[in-house]
Ligand binder design. Structure first.
Ligand SMILES: O=C(CO)[C@H](O)[C@H](O)COP(=O)(O)O
Length: 236
């Protein structure tokens, strides 16, 4: 690896660590906390676990994926379910892209966006952690929107997307033959589509029969943007 890319990847890691730590400090005693998914969310869960163990912080977590559930158990964060606690105090999660002006997001790089959206949207406060490289001028130019799709409907969903002049592709697995299968047993279609009006496209994509949920997130309260030296807060 070239020296410069080594340096920049360690800058990204520092930024993620800083932002995850700052996010963990937003959690107060007695809170029900939505635990996001992804590498930044993993650092947040790690730091929250440290606070539970060392500061005797009393919280209950609601995980957004198999991975965040496993990590929370490993770090000793007590878990509850949405059935027991329908009101979440704060949800803290990562994102793949953040639109600079609207603060809308693309999520689902890890294929967990359905559970993430259910939990993040029902929280009293939804906080996003990103490193500064994820802030973009034009949402969706580089990152496709993931759709979780029932396997029986993948071909009809592909056809519907093509009718909308979008560029869809099935997300294929790395170390398994065939498609990625989500925690809910579904497939992922990644689609490049016009995102000039993210709110409308979020609703429109979910209106296609067979689409369970899409990775456009338009209801965000606060975004913590990490750089190696500081954390900036963006809010509407
Ligand atoms: O939406 C997600 C998973 O479905 C993640 O939050 C998103 O992909 C960001 O992950 P990372 O912090 O690893 O960059």
């Amino acid at each position: 690896m070239a020296k410069s890319s080594l340096k920049s990847s360690s800058n990204v890691e520092n930024a993620k660590f800083r932002v995850a730590k700052e996010a963990a400090n937003l959690v107060k005693d007695g809170m029900i906390v939505g635990l996001g998914s992804g590498t930044t969310a993993n650092l947040f869960i790690d730091e929250l676990g440290r606070r539970v163990a060392e500061e005797e912080l009393s919280v209950f977590g609601i995980p957004t994926s198999f991975e965040s559930r496993m990590l929370a158990i490993q770090y000793g964060i007590p878990l509850v379910s949405l059935d027991e606690y329908g009101e979440i105090d704060i949800a803290i999660d990562g994102a793949d892209e953040v639109d600079k002006k609207s603060l809308c997001l693309i999520k689902g790089g890890g294929g967990c966006h359905t559970l993430e959206k259910i939990i993040d949207y029902c929280a009293k406060e939804f906080v996003v952690m990103v490193d500064e490289n994820k802030i973009v001028d034009s949402l969706g130019d580089k990152t496709p929107v993931p759709l979780e799709v029932l396997p029986i409907a993948y071909s009809t969903v592909l056809n519907e997307l093509l009718k909308r002049n979008a560029a869809p592709s099935i997300r294929m697995a790395d170390r398994k033959m065939g498609p990625v299968i989500t925690d809910n047993g579904n497939m992922i279609i990644d689609v490049f589509i016009d995102l000039k009006n993210p709110e409308e496209t979020e609703k429109e994509l979910n209106s296609i029969p067979g689409v369970v949920e899409n990775g456009i997130f338009t209801k965000v309260d606060k975004i913590l943007v990490g750089s190696p030296k500081k954390v900036k807060i963006l809010s509407k």
